[in-house]
Every structure is written in structure tokens, then in C-alpha cells.
Design a binder for this molecule. Structure first.
Ligand SMILES: [Zn+2]
Length: 399
């Protein structure tokens, strides 16, 4: 493809909104706009990635520091839109809202009698725990939803020191929305003082820790009152007992007990679907130097950056055109910089765009029927007979 056909516009300066190097280089090299919109060169890069992705293991050959589980592949990136929890020890990696973790079980206790106590103005777990002088883990926290598919009222109870995960809840019961006043009232619950005890037609979902947490303070479904010493099984039971709480950084890995750490990341694959723009960004983050991108063979939008240096005595453009046609016929992927620009401008652009090989048709070498060949990651170049380039059958002959 010709440089001018792709309408490539490289930029002199890093965009001032570039929060990562990779993004900055993709904008400077003309793959993306500052607003992350894909430009023709970026589309070319992505269509190349699509080709190589026919081998689904290709991601593992890109030397990217990826983290993965059986559904998703992540690339850690400070500006990433995902929060993931990761175990350094066993490499467990999962989105924050779905991560499994080892929960701290409270010591066994004898079940004490249920006791209704006045708790005025205690409609948060914090105010309740402080008012009654109990730790938050000795309280039960309630959340109320309506299941979207059938309107079923869903009452969720988790320990007061934990946070519910809506993603895990959805996995347990299906899509939900917050319950409205009417359905809360109909179930016999009282917002702010809600309890799983004595509800009507409610699907109760208890976090797996609840049956193992004795004598919890919970609402009394009566404004201004709570129960002390509620006990699962004796006072109420749940239709579903499941893991519905969210892990935090520092919680113990469910596999090996090592503390989980939190990372920002982008997703490269979800199930079998590749997120090509994210893969391009991950490649740019990983493969660049101080001059621009330096992409590996068959992952770069083109394997060869071919250019001519306008000459005085030889028609270098015509020579480069012959080489271009020969490489194209051999099925080699070439970007032909056919612009009538100074060598320095073209060398800079070649470095920015980052194709693995640059071939330069300049007057000096052409006098000896040679062209210059330079690998993007090498310091200097070498010369090769034009004949050799014209008879190439495969790009790997040059590597
Ligand atoms: Zn682990």
C-alpha cells in the first residue's frame, strides 16, 4: 500500500492527553486520533492482527505481560478501564467484582436468644455498630432488588463488614434492579431496618458466610428497631446461599492464600473474542523506543517500510516503484513511502510507524545497484543488491 493512499499524518508532538507512552506513540505515528478514533493506518494494523488471530494462540507469542483466566485475557495498564485482582504467587487473575477470595469465618458461639432493641437513627451499618458497641462483622447488611425477568423480590444479606458484588448476585439470580418502595412494603420489609426474618414471597440470597456467622445484629423490619442475635437456620433461611461479596486488595487468594493485589488493566480477549484495538494499544505499550513504535514481524501493519530518497541523476522513485511491485507480487506486506520529501522526514516517519524493516532506495547505493536495508530495532543499516530484493519470495529471507 502507498503512504499517500493511507493519508498518514504523523505528529511532531506527543498529544497532551497521552497518559501512557503507547497511546502517545499511536497518536504520533498516525494510527489513532487523540480521541482514540482509529485512522486508516490503525485499521490496517487491526486487519493484520485479525489475520494472525486465526491462530488463537497468537497472543502468547507477542511477548506481552498478560494475565489471564479461562474466560478473559488482561493487559495491566495504569489507564485501563478494568480493576482486577491478581495473585503474584499462583497467578490467579479476575475482575474485581468476580474475584474469589478466602473469607474470614467468625469463631463459633452458642446461639443466643433473639432480642428486639430500639436503635433510633441507626440506618447505616456504621451508626448501628457504633450505637450497639459491636464490630461491623457482627452485623448483617441487607440489600433489596427486583429480578427483571419475573419481578421476584430479592432480599440479599451479607455480613456488615463486607460489600456485596452485584456481578456475583447477577450470576446467582439473573438481572436485577433496585427494589422500589412498593415492592419493599409488599414483602414486609422496612428500608434502613430491613431483615430477612418474616418476609413474604421474597427470594432470600445469603452470602456463604452468613450461615457460619452466629448472633448477628439485623434489622427488625420495624422503623427504629433491630434484632440482636439473629441466627441463620433458626430465625430464617435462604433460597440461595452463594458467594455474593466483593473481594478487596489484600484479601487472601482463594487458591493459595497469598494476598491479592489490585491492578488497572484492559481486556484483550473476552471468551473467544479479541479486542483488537486494545491489543494494538498493548503492543504499542510494550514495543516502542525513544523514536517511536518498533513492532514485531507480522504484527506490524506492514513488514516493510519502503522509501526513496529523491535524487538528482537517478529516478529513485521509479526504482523504488519496481521494488514495490516485486515485493507486492511476492505477497510481502509493504508500505511504500512515495512522497517527495527529504530523507530525514521519511526516516523519522518510518521510525514512528515502526515496521520491522526499512528499505531505502537512494542515489548513492543505487549507483552500485544496491539498496539500504535497516531493521527498526538495529542501530545501523546494511546494503543489499537490488537484485536480491527483486527476487525475494518471503519476508523471512531477510530476517
Ligand atoms: Zn494465589
Amino acid at each position: 500500500m502507498k503512504y499517500t493512499d493511507l493519508n498518514i499524518q504523523t505528529q511532531r508532538e506527543f498529544p497532551n492527553n497521552a497518559r501512557t507512552q503507547g497511546f502517545g506513540w499511536l497518536v504520533r505515528a498516525g494510527y489513532l486520533t487523540r480521541e482514540s478514533e482509529i485512522l486508516p493506518l490503525g485499521r490496517q494494523a487491526i486487519s493484520r492482527l485479525r489475520l494472525v488471530s486465526e491462530d488463537p494462540s497468537f497472543l502468547f507469542h507477542l511477548a506481552l505481560p498478560i494475565l489471564l483466566n479461562d474466560r478473559e485475557t488482561f493487559f495491566p495498564l495504569s489507564t485501563g478501564n478494568l480493576e482486577i485482582l491478581h495473585c503474584e504467587s499462583c497467578k490467579y487473575s479476575e475482575r474485581l467484582e468476580l474475584a474469589l477470595f478466602k473469607k474470614t469465618v467468625l469463631p463459633r458461639e452458642e446461639k443466643l436468644p433473639l432480642e428486639k432493641v430500639s436503635t433510633p437513627d441507626c440506618n447505616t451499618i456504621e451508626s448501628l455498630a457504633e450505637f450497639l458497641g459491636v464490630p461491623k462483622e457482627k452485623t448483617a447488611k441487607a440489600m433489596m432488588y427486583t429480578r427483571v425477568s419475573d419481578g421476584q423480590f430479592v432480599f440479599v444479606v451479607v455480613r456488615g463488614d463486607m460489600q456485596m458484588s452485584e456481578a456475583k448476585l447477577r450470576n446467582a439470580v439473573g438481572e436485577v434492579k433496585l427494589a422500589d418502595e412498593e415492592s419493599i412494603r409488599r414483602a414486609g420489609a422496612e428500608a434502613g431496618f430491613a431483615s430477612p426474618i418474616g418476609l413474604q414471597n421474597a427470594l432470600i440470597v445469603a452470602d456463604e458466610l452468613i450461615p457460619r456467622s452466629p448472633n448477628l445484629v439485623a434489622g427488625a423490619n420495624d422503623a427504629g428497631y433491630h434484632f440482636k442475635n439473629t441466627n441463620y437456620a433458626r430465625d430464617y433461611s435462604a433460597g440461595i446461599v452463594a458467594d455474593v461479596t466483593q473481594a478487596r486488595a489484600g484479601d487472601a487468594c482463594n487458591n493459595c492464600g497469598n494476598p491479592l493485589s489490585m491492578l488497572s488493566a484492559i481486556s484483550l480477549t473476552t471468551r473467544s473474542e479479541f479486542q483488537f484495538q486494545n491489543i494494538l494499544l498493548a503492543l504499542a505499550e510494550t514495543h516502542h523506543d525513544e523514536k517511536g513504535l518498533a513492532l514485531p514481524k507480522s504484527i506490524a501493519p506492514f513488514d516493510v517500510y519502503l522509501m526513496h530518497v529523491p535524487g538528482k541523476t537517478i529516478n529513485t522513485l521509479e526504482k523504488a516503484g519496481e521494488i514495490y511491485n516485486a515485493l507486492q507480487s511476492a505477497g510481502i506486506s509493504v508500505l511504500f513511502d512515495n512522497r517527495d520529501e527529504r530523507a530525514g522526514v521519511k526516516f523519522n516517519d518510518a521510525d514512528l510507524i515502526g515496521c520491522p524493516i526499512r528499505i531505502t532506495a537512494g542515489e548513492k547505493a543505487l549507483k552500485d545497484e544496491m539498496v539500504e536495508l535497516k531493521f527498526r530495532t538495529a542501530a545501523g543499516g546494511s546494503v543489499l543488491p537490488v537484485e536480491k530484493i527483486l527476487s525475494l519470495k518471503d519476508i523471512s529471507e531477510l530476517f
